[in-house]
Design a protein around this ligand. Structure first.
Ligand SMILES: NC(=O)c1ccc[n+]([C@@H]2O[C@H](COP(=O)([O-])OP(=O)(O)OC[C@H]3O[C@@H](n4cnc5c(N)ncnc54)[C@H](O)[C@@H]3O)[C@@H](O)[C@H]2O)c1
Length: 332
C-alpha cells in the first residue's frame, strides 16, 4: 500500500508515517514546515518520499499523491489561538487546502481519505461523554474551519463515492509534540518542569480532559484506512478523563516533584470537562486505545528530556516561536 501523509513533518503525522513504514507501507509526506520539522522525516527509509510544498498548491499535491491508494490528511493551521491570530490563513489552509487535497484525491483515483478533525468542532459541551451526534457549534475560527473540512470531505463521499473518514481527536499527546506558543497542556507542563520553572493551572484544577496518546491516534488512522466501506465521522479519545490536578500529581510521581504549582484565574472559553464516547470507532474499525496515561507520560517526559538536552544549535533550528510568547496555559 502507498499512502500520502499531508502534514507528515508534524507531531501526529510523523508518528503516523512511522507506524505506516513499520507496517511495510510506502509513504510520501507533503509538508511546508509551517509547524513541522525536517528532523521528523524518514530519509533513510527506501519506502519514504518527501515533497516540500503547500497543500494549496495543485502541482505539489498532484506530485505527492501520484500512485497513492490512501491519503491521510493532517496538514492544517492548528489550534484556536493561531486561528484567532490569523483567521484568514486558518481558513485558507484548512478549508481551501482541504478542497485542493480532495480534488487531487478524486483525480488520482484514491480509494480513501482519512481526515484529521478535532473535538474543537463541538464548541460548548452540553453532555458527557461526547458522542458524535453532540451538537456542533464551534466558537473559534479553527473549530469552524475543522468543521468545514469535515463537511466538504463528506460531501466528496456523497458526490464521488470516495471513502472518507473524519477522526475527531481529543487532547493528543506524545513524542514529537513540541513546546510552542500553540502547545497543549502536557508539553507546556513537561518542559516547564524540566526547566525548573513553575507551572500555572487556570482555575481550581478540577476541570477534566480526555488525553489520548499519539500512538493510539496513529493506530486509529491505520485501522480507519483499512476498514473497507467505512465512511463518516468518529471520535478519537482515550474514553477516560483526568483532572488537571491529577495530571499534576502524575507528573510529580514521575519526576519526584520539586516544582512549583501556581493557580491562576479560570480562562474564559475553556470547557469544564471533556470525555469522548469512542464506541462508534470501536465498533466500526476496532479502535482500541491501549496506552495508559502514566505509561504515556513517562515516555513523553523521557522524550522531552532528550529534546531539552539537545545541543543549542539543534534547539534553535527547532524553535518556531520564542518561549517568551508561550502561554502557561492549562488547557488548549
Ligand atoms: N494535537 C492535537 O491535540 C490535535 C487535536 C485535534 C486535532 N488535531 C489535528 O491533527 C492534525 C495534525 O495536528 P498536529 O498536532 O500534528 O499539528 P502539527 O502542527 O504538528 O502538524 C501540522 C503539520 O501540517 C503542516 N502544514 C501546515 N500547513 C500546511 C500547508 N499549507 N501545506 C503543507 N503542510 C502544512 C505543518 O508544517 C505541520 O507539519 C491537524 O489537522 C490538527 O487540526 C490535532
Amino acid at each position: 500500500m502507498k499512502a500520502l501523509v499531508t502534514g507528515g513533518a508534524g507531531f501526529i503525522g510523523s508518528n503516523l508515517a512511522r507506524l505506516l513504514l513499520d507496517q511495510g507501507w510506502e509513504v510520501v509526506v507533503l509538508d511546508n514546515f509551517l509547524s513541522g520539522y525536517r528532523q521528523n522525516l524518514f530519509p533513510n527509509s527506501s519506502r519514504f518520499g518527501f515533497v516540500e510544498g503547500d497543500i494549496r498548491d495543485a502541482a505539489a499535491v498532484g506530485q505527492a499523491i501520484a500512485g497513492c491508494d490512501i491519503v491521510f490528511h493532517l496538514a492544517a493551521s492548528v489550534g484556536n489561538k493561531r486561528s484567532i491570530d490569523r483567521p484568514l490563513v486558518d481558513a485558507e489552509i484548512n478549508i481551501l487546502g482541504t478542497i485542493q487535497v480532495l480534488e487531487a484525491a478524486r483525480a488520482a483515483g484514491v480509494r480513501k481519505i482519512v481526515v484529521s478533525s478535532s473535538a474543537g468542532i463541538f464548541g460548548e459541551l452540553k453532555t458527557l461523554p461526547i458522542a458524535e451526534d453532540h451538537p456542533v457549534d464551534p466558537d473559534t475560527p479553527y473549530g469552524v474551519s475543522k468543521l468545514a473540512e469535515e463537511k466538504v470531505s463528506l460531501a466528496y463521499h456523497k458526490l464521488y463515492g470516495l471513502e472518507v473518514v473524519c477522526l475527531r481527536y481529543f487532547n493528543v499527546y506524545g513524542p514529537n509534540q513540541r513546546f510552542d506558543a500553540y502547545g497543549n497542556v502536557i508539553p507546556i507542563f513537561a518542559f516547564s518542569v524540566i526547566k525548573g520553572a513553575p507551572i500555572t493551572v487556570f482555575g481550581d484544577g478540577e476541570q477534566t480532559r480526555d488525553f489520548v496518546n499519539v500512538s493510539d491516534v496513529a493506530r486509529a488512522n491505520l485501522n480507519a484506512a483499512q476498514a473497507k466501506g467505512v465512511s463518516g465521522s468518529f471520535n478519537i479519545g482515550s474514553g477516560t478523563r483526568i483532572s488537571i490536578n491529577k495530571l499534576v500529581a502524575a507528573l510529580k510521581a514521575i519526576t519526584g516533584g520539586g516544582f512549583e504549582v501556581i493557580y491562576g484565574p479560570p480562562r474564559a472559553g475553556d470547557v469544564r470537562d471533556s470525555l469522548a464516547d469512542i464506541s462508534r470507532a470501536r465498533e466500526s474499525f476496532a479502535y482500541t486505545p491501549s496506552v495508559e496515561l502514566m505509561v504515556g507520560l513517562n515516555e513523553y517526559m523521557a522524550w522531552a528530556r532528550t529534546k531539552a538536552a539537545a545541543p543549542a544549535s539543534e534547539q534553535d533550528a527547532d524553535a518556531k516561536v520564542s518561549c517568551s510568547e508561550c502561554p502557561t496555559t492549562a488547557t488548549r
